[in-house]
Design a protein around this ligand. Structure first.
Ligand code: TRP
Length: 443
């Protein structure tokens, strides 16, 4: 069974609040533990620069968001957890995609259009105050996604259009460059919207959102959390008067943290006329019960920024070696940024074989054993980890002799760097052929 790649980015422009926790962090950490999934979570700090031009705030937010995800249980040795700006291949790919993305497509992006509409209303020039960064936002996001050939991208509804644009741009690249090569360079991603996830109301009853300034910070100190919860706006029903649970933001917040039984009991208490003060106390206690062990971890993490820095750098470094660099090498060649000494047929024709593919076995910092199949500077096949060098070696021998086919490799080794299964088959066939030629010469 092959792994589904799930990727999502978090813009580092603010402090995580309860709405982010319930709507994104909690479900994402749970999903990262699902079987047959390879997860990618990254801090979208290049994206943050589009909105935030206060460097201290970008840095602080990056630290807070990284500490939050780790405190909430993300395991950086089981998922890819990295900072976007630690992977320069994102920028390199952004340019390749910029050169195939239609300007007209970007004109239609909601965020850009909203800015233009606002300017028109105010009688300003269409593009007044609009940076090229805002305009290019969807291309950068497409690069984030396409670089790792993500299959699924869990996002909020406001991001669906961006995923569609990533598909569009990826498809255009495939069409332009993939046809001559006889393969697709990019997987086309799908947006995944979780219908079961609650949207939390904020202090004033509108959706909890930084832009409404009505949020409850996820890791506010206990006393602050209590104060904020007591400041939630309610109606003026007196103690003893029945209250409507379904229209109450206190109840909705409670429900997002409570079990079915707890929620049912609270619904009864509302009908029985629980006092608002009492309901808020119950809400505070329920939230604090879930958050307080996480807050302890968070406080410990945030006090060690160098440790978090190391985790992020390590994640990016491994990810670059494993996927980003090989993929960009293949893409550079695809668009014609090539080694001049390597012969290529025609303008858009197939590459002329200059080398025989080989297997490379190696050991990583995690102490485990890996192999890859490389053809020139392209990596075609990448193995998962093996506990011993012998296991890896045995499999390589079987592949070389043709005793093991690609179908047996699912979950053990996967085509990478934009290579298709057919590319790998072709490379293996070429190796076997070269071996045969060699032994024929010896004989
Ligand atoms: N634009 C996303 C947001 O604001 C963040 C983001 C950046 C992202 N790159 C991404 C999300 C890639 C998913 C995939 O929510």
């Amino acid at each position: 069974m092959s792994l589904t790649r799930v990727l999502t980015g978090i813009t580092t422009s603010g402090t995580p609040h309860l709405g982010n926790y319930v709507g994104a962090i909690r479900p994402a950490v749970a999903a990262s533990r699902a079987p047959h999934v390879e997860s990618f979570y990254f801090l979208a700090d290049y994206h943050a620069l589009i909105k935030v031009q206060d460097p201290a705030r970008v840095q602080r937010s990056t630290l807070e968001i990284a500490a939050t995800w780790l405190a909430c249980g993300l395991e950086p040795d089981k998922v890819w957890f990295y900072r976007q700006s630690d992977v320069p291949e994102v920028q390199e790919l952004t340019w390749f995609l910029t050169c195939v993305a239609g300007k007209g497509l970007l004109n239609r992006a909601h965020a850009y259009k909203a800015a233009v509409d606002k300017n028109r209303e105010a009688g300003e020039d269409d593009d007044a105050g609009v940076s090229a960064g805002l305009f290019m936002y969807p291309v950068l996001m497409a690069a984030d996604i396409l670089l790792f050939n993500a299959n699924q991208v869990p996002v909020g509804r406001d991001q669906i259009q961006h995923i569609e644009m990533a598909r569009d741009i990826g498809q255009r690249f495939n069409h332009l460059y993939g046809e001559a090569a006889g393969k697709d360079y990019f997987v086309l991603p799908e947006a995944v919207i979780d219908e079961n996830v609650a949207t939390l109301p904020g202090l004033d009853g509108r959706k909890m959102s930084k832009s409404y300034d009505n949020t409850i910070p996820l890791f506010a100190p206990r006393e602050t959390l209590k104060k904020l919860i007591y400041s939630i706006v309610t109606d003026s029903r007196a103690p003893g008067e029945a209250k409507d649970a379904d229209t109450s933001n206190v109840f909705q917040l409670y429900q997002a943290f409570a079990s079915h039984e707890e929620t049912a009991a609270m619904r009864r208490a509302f009908a029985d006329g629980i006092a608002w003060g009492e309901a808020k106390q119950a809400l505070f206690e329920r939230i604090d019960r879930e958050i307080s062990p996480l807050r302890e971890k968070y406080d410990a993490l945030i006090a060690q920024p160098a440790h978090i820095e190391t985790i992020l750098r390590d994640g990016a470094q491994r990810l670059r070696e494993r996927y980003a660099r090989p993929t960009l090498d293949a893409l550079r060649s695809a668009v014609g940024l090539r080694d001049l000494s390597q012969a290529h047929a025609g303008g858009k024709g197939k590459a002329v074989k200059a080398s025989v593919p080989t297997f490379k076995q190696y050991r990583e910092a995690d102490g485990r054993f890996y192999f890859k199949l490389v053809d020139g500077d392209r990596v075609l096949l990448q193995s998962a980890a093996f506990d011993s060098a012998r296991e890896a070696g045995t499999l390589i021998a079987k592949l070389k002799s043709g005793a093991t086919g690609l179908d047996a490799l699912a979950g053990v080794a996967e085509p990478t760097g934009g290579a298709s299964a057919d590319d790998v088959r072709e490379a293996l066939a070429a190796m076997i052929e070269a071996e045969q030629e060699k032994s024929a010469q010896k004989a």
